[in-house]
Design a protein around this ligand. Structure first.
Ligand code: NG1
Length: 460
């Protein structure tokens, strides 16, 4: 099982990471005229399968990438946090740890640093601040969890600068997941858990409430390939609203099912997975049949749902929701529930297939997941469709959208020895026609073997 977060000397890092940390340390020295004391390295992740299941209490199967957010930090003598990024498009972010943390405008990158600072404030009533310098190689708005890597990286750097150590990776994953909700997304806990708990050469099966992980060896002779659809879906604008709507729809679906299963005393259930715990004799697929038997499969407001079921609208209002939606929002609860319950079964199937090296079954589960994300969860787009088709025709296994969707990336498996041919074909069919002035597409598609979780590096 995962243990505490220990500190590694930069001298013991593998060559590539050592160079990167060294370059960041140099930049920090130039900007702040002193050396940083720590560098946190927080990897992005790609989800093999289990999309939009985490906040429903069902498992996911991601792997950590070799791309990171790196945060260099040195303590300050006052209570200020100053965060700069190496990329000039991100402006300076400064805030005090004494004043209550207030989010800046939606989508501002500093909100993720403030989200991270909550872990420090939970441990110190009068903390000292730190100077931070942030660098990253994870494409943003691509469904590769760059935002959570920033929260985890900044959080670990702030905690280490304040002299706080010996923390459990599992508890940190739970705390960072809760903290990231500060930015206004009602997200689940997959990204922070993968970022902190991933193991080299393994995918990670993650279960939630309570958080548990188990590594699954990734088959030899294959690489995970990520391809960008060229559509970014930053969670600061419409993608966040669409994401939060899906969370809300699932919570209402859970409420409606709890009512249908016990009209006299409906349970306050807000997560679809909790239905299985409370009604163990009901097979998973029967929940969808029950819902479809009572609710038409089209968008309905909460009022309309209540009228169909001849019940008070309050019965179906989810609790514990930080950003509730207006009552007249149209909700597609039947198809959302169909995706979530079927995806939960596909994750179990995929994990088993990966353990047994049965790549044919894994391919089938990943392809079915893509269709379900597109048709029932409605998080696809035409560029993702074209990319999945191009990847499949170029020899990839299991091509599917990954992450929240609405654009972003696809994930697929490719035989290691076929990687050059795969890239040549996908460049010709997908990237070259869309980026006619470009010759190299390496920034948009890349291959890797699963990497390890976050590291805290001391600059000694
Ligand atoms: P991405 O794609 O990284 O934005 C989001 C959520 C996850 C999960 C997936 C969908 C955040 C920080 N993460 O990931 O918790 O729900 O969508 O499976 O919002």
């Amino acid at each position: 099982m995962p243990g505490d977060l220990s500190v590694t000397s930069w001298r013991h890092l593998p060559a590539g990471e050592k160079d990167r940390v060294g370059a960041l340390v140099e930049q920090f020295r130039k900007r702040f005229s002193r050396a940083p004391t720590f560098v946190a390295l927080a990897p992005g992740r790609v989800n093999l399968i289990g999309e939009h299941t985490d906040y429903n209490g069902y498992p996911v199967l991601p792997a950590a990438m070799e791309r990171h957010i790196a945060v260099a930090a040195a303590p300050r003598s006052d209570e200020l946090v100053t965060a700069q990024a190496t990329a000039p498009r991100f402006d300076l972010c400064t805030f005090s740890l004494r004043a209550p943390l207030q989010p800046a405008s939606a989508g501002h990158w500093g909100n993720y640093v403030k989200a991270a600072a909550q872990l420090l404030l939970a441990r110190r009533s009068d903390p000292r601040g730190a100077d931070l310098l942030v660098d990253g190689t994870i494409p943003a708005g691509a469904g590769l969890s760059s935002s959570s890597a920033l929260v985890v990286g900044a959080g670990l750097a702030l905690l280490a600068s304040a002299g706080i150590s010996g923390l459990s990776r599992l508890s940190l994953a739970e705390e960072f997941a809760e903290a990231e909700q500060f930015v206004g997304t009602m997200s689940g806990g997959m990204d922070q858990a993968c970022c902190l708990l991933a193991q080299e050469q393994c995918a990670l099966r993650i279960d939630f409430f309570p958080l548990r992980v188990r590594p699954v060896s990734f088959p030899a002779g294959h690489h995970i390939v990520v391809c960008h659809s060229l559509v970014t879906a930053e969670k600061s604008g419409p993608a966040r609203t669409a994401y939060n709507l899906r969370v809300w729809e699932c919570r209402v679906a859970a409420r409606v099912l709890a009512f249908l299963l016990n009209r006299l005393r409906p349970l306050s259930i807000d997560r679809l997975a909790d239905l299985e715990r409370h009604f163990p004799s009901v097979p998973r697929h029967s929940f969808v049949d029950l819902l479809a038997d009572h609710i038409p499969d089209r968008p309905l407001s909460l009022d309309e749902i209540a009228r169909v079921l001849k019940a008070d609208v309050g019965t179906f209002l989810p609790e514990r929701t930080k950003a509730p939606l207006p009552l007249d929002t149209p909700l597609s609860i039947v198809r959302r529930a169909r995706h979530v319950f079927s995806e939960a079964t596909r994750v179990e199937l995929a994990e088993q297939a990966l353990r047994e090296g049965d790549l044919r079954t894994l391919h089938g589960a990943m392809r079915a997941s893509h269709a379900s994300c597109r048709d029932d969860y409605e998080v696809g787009c035409s560029e993702l469709e074209a990319l999945v088709k191009a990847a499949t025709e170029s020899g990839a296994l299991g091509a599917r959208l990954t992450g929240a969707g609405f654009g972003g990336c696809t994930v697929q498996l490719v035989q290691t020895e076929q990687l050059p041919e795969f890239f040549e074909r996908i460049d010709q069919t997908f990237y070259a026609p869309r980026l006619p002035h470009q010759r190299c597409f390496a920034d948009y598609r890349f291959a890797f073997r699963p990497s390890s979780g976050a590291k805290l590096v001391v600059i000694d």
